[in-house]
Design a binder for this molecule. Structure first.
Ligand SMILES: O=c1nc[nH]c2c1ncn2[C@H]1C[C@H](O)[C@@H](COP(=O)(O)OP(=O)(O)OP(=O)(O)O)O1
Ligand SMILES: [Mg+2]
Length: 196
């Protein structure tokens, strides 16, 4: 497998994937470069949505496809926004800024700030691959009281890492990949594929 399509339209994820995959000599194209539209994400679990995205991109491209379904799960909110992280403040249009504002509002006066990012990666070699490669990662931190930092994407300006005394938006790409939910999942995926 030397070429694959990334089944995502999220610019932040695409940047992280190109950083992670380019050094391995795997040629990647994005689904939008191939004119493939976004798949529906109707499911209540990350894994089902990731499989749907990977199958969709693989079916329409004829290439192996890698999908990522991820989100932030806040303990005090019973795991919300979770699977619905991308559309927490509505999906017309999806907006990281409005999602972050809503999360800050919903966390007003809440003292238990614990949260974790979750990521599942699914790689299908073809659309009906009966043995998709699946890898997960989790990254624990806290929801900050205000936004800060310019790096990363999504909820990173409010994901506080007490051990590092930093927001995830204040990490370099390399620092984030070494510990993030996506970085951990990618490490496991590559072990399965025996390319790293
Ligand atoms: O490292 C991260 N740093 C910050 N935020 C993150 C991260 N990882 C996931 N997230 C947030 C972004 C989005 O609100 C949701 C993913 O939603 P998710 O449906 O998987 O992605 P998406 O709709 O943005 O793009 P796509 O489905 O085309 O891959 O979790
Ligand atoms: Mg999505």
């Amino acid at each position: 497998m030397n070429k694959l399509v990334i089944a995502s339209n999220n610019a932040g994820k695409l940047r992280e994937f190109s950083h992670m995959l380019q050094p391995l000599g795997i040629e990647v194209v994005t689904q939008s470069q191939l004119g493939i539209t976004e798949a529906e994400e109707p499911h209540v679990t990350f894994i089902e949505n990731a499989l749907a995205k990977a199958r969709h991109a693989s079916r329409l491209s004829g290439l192996p496809a890698l999908a990522d379904d991820s989100g932030i799960c806040v303990e005090a909110l019973g795991g919300a926004p979770g699977v619905y992280s991308a559309r927490y403040a509505g999906d017309n249009p999806k907006s990281d800024g409005r999602n972050n504002e809503k999360l800050l509002r919903d966390m007003q006066g809440v003292t238990d700030r614990r949260a974790h990012y979750y990521c599942v990666l699914v790689l299908v070699r073809h659309a009906d691959d009966p043995q998709p490669v699946i890898a997960e990662g989790e990254w624990h931190g806290e929801i900050a009281h205000e936004e800060r930092g310019e790096g990363g994407f999504g909820y990173d300006p409010m994901f506080w890492l007490p051990q590092l005394n930093k927001m995830s938006s204040e990490l370099t790409h390399e620092e984030k990949h070494a510990i993030s939910h996506r970085g951990q999942a990618m490490k496991v995926l590559l072990q399965h594929l025996k390319v790293a």
